[in-house]
Structures are given as structure tokens and as C-alpha cells.
Design a protein around this ligand. Structure first.
Ligand SMILES: Cc1cc2nc3c(=O)[nH]c(=O)nc-3n(C[C@H](O)[C@H](O)[C@H](O)COP(=O)(O)O)c2cc1C
Length: 216
């Protein structure tokens, strides 16, 4: 084997230095993380690797998502946690180009979503949560539940080699119109998923010290 090309990739913020060891075989890329400061990340752990590799894509390419992969993504949504296991959600899986265009308009002209193979529209059903948890259910739990579902979907898609984005900037009424939603459903997130180009510009994160406090 040829000598690997080693590059210290410091673009990912936080306390990690990542060693990117790229062998000349085109498909073999080994990502290693080394201990730095007080934090250690287990890059052998597929979920952790997926969390760290996940990034929003706004550059989708042609290509479909086969039915069996769509089923897997729906399972990732379905098995998300929810307060009291009430599952106060409904998911639209939009493949239709005209509806995608209407959703892009609703999303304040974020036209990149039209190019994604599929748009998942994640809706909360606040009244379902309110039945058990009252105002806390309708205002907080159902939003948390659907956010957990969106993240499950995002991570599952990433792990399967698809790209995704989380789109929350939209006119709710226009999404309601585009999908002819019944009044109990509140659209919470649009998640475009499909083949796409990896966003090489990784985003920054605050330091651990700024956002965490350990209480022994
Ligand atoms: C609630 C929420 C709403 C968001 N809305 C949008 C959006 O409307 N359009 C967009 O391109 N990205 C949107 N994002 C993606 C964020 O911009 C992105 O997650 C953040 O910049 C960090 O980048 P990364 O996900 O690539 O690490 C949203 C993310 C969240 C969690």
C-alpha cells in the first residue's frame, strides 16, 4: 500500500483534532479522532461518527431514494421517542415536483429543496399531546417529540449515505395550503433528503466550557 496522505483537519471546531488518513484506494477513507484536552470521542462508534459527520446539505443532486430505503427512513421516524409515547405526529413524504415547488415557496424561496429526492414534512399534532398533558403537551412536548423525529430522520439518512437539511424557516399557512393539512396538524420542519454533495464547510460550535457545567 502506498504511504497514506495525512492531513490534520482542524476545520471541525471543538476540542478535537481529527486525523484524516486517506489511502489511495478511492473508497477507503479512515477517519480517526485523537484525544485532545479533556474530551475523547469514540470514532469506532457508528452513531457518534454519524452525529459528527452530519451536516446540512443545500446542494442536492439527481437520484432517487429506493422504496426500501424510504421504509427504513420512515422506521427511523416511527421509533422516535415521544412524551407518554403519544406519538403526536404525522409525516408527509413528498415526491411530487409541483408540491415541492409550493413548499419551496412557502419556505421563503429556499429553492434548493426542490432538488432533493424527497421532502419529509414533519407535523405535530398539539391536540393529541394536550389530551394528556394540557398546555405543556401542546406547547412543548409535541414540539420536542417532532424535533426528536426530525433528528432521527436526519441521522438515519446520513448513516445511509444520503444528505439532508433541516428547514424551519417557512410560512406555516403556506405549508398548510400546499399540503391541504387538516387543522389539527402543525408543520414543524421540512427535511429534504436525497443524494447530494457533502458540505465541506463544517460549521462552528461553542466550546464545551461555554455550554456545559458538571455538577459533581
Ligand atoms: C429549527 C431549525 C431550523 C432551521 N432552518 C433552516 C432553514 O430554514 N434553512 C436552512 O438552510 N437551514 C436551516 N437550519 C439548519 C441550520 O442552519 C444548521 O443546522 C446550522 O447552521 C448548523 O449547521 P450544520 O447542521 O451543517 O452543522 C435549521 C436548523 C434548525 C435546527
Amino acid at each position: 500500500m502506498d504511504k497514506p496522505f495525512i492531513r490534520k483537519d482542524l476545520s471541525r471546531p471543538g476540542n478535537y483534532y481529527r486525523l484524516l488518513v486517506q489511502f489511495q484506494e478511492p473508497y477507503l477513507t479512515i477517519l480517526l479522532s485523537v484525544k485532545y484536552a479533556k474530551t475523547e470521542v469514540d470514532m469506532e462508534n457508528a452513531i457518534i461518527r454519524c452525529i459528527l459527520d452530519r451536516h446540512c446539505c443545500r446542494d442536492f443532486t439527481d437520484g432517487e431514494i429506493p422504496e426500501e430505503d424510504l421504509e427504513t427512513l420512515v422506521e427511523a421516524l416511527r421509533w422516535s421517542p415521544s412524551a407518554g409515547n403519544l406519538q403526536p405526529w404525522f409525516f408527509y413524504i413528498v415526491k411530487n415536483k409541483d408540491v415541492k415547488k409550493r413548499l419551496a415557496k412557502a419556505a421563503l424561496g429556499q429553492n434548493f429543496i426542490i432538488d432533493a429526492a424527497v421532502l419529509f414534512v414533519i407535523c405535530a399534532i398539539p391536540s393529541q399531546s394536550a389530551q394528556v398533558y394540557g398546555k405543556r403537551g401542546s406547547e412543548l412536548y409535541c414540539i420536542q417529540d417532532t424535533a426528536a423525529a426530525a433528528q432521527n430522520l436526519f441521522l438515519a439518512a446520513t448513516s445511509m449515505g444520503y444528505r439532508a437539511c433541516w428547514v424551519g424557516a417557512f410560512d406555516e399557512n403556506k405549508v398548510i395550503e400546499a399540503l391541504e393539512l387538516t387543522p389539527e396538524k402543525r408543520p414543524v420542519a421540512i427535511v429534504p433528503v436525497g443524494p447530494g454533495i457533502k458540505n465541506e464547510k463544517t460549521t462552528e460550535r461553542y466550546s464545551v466550557n461555554k455550554i456545559c457545567k458538571v455538577i459533581d
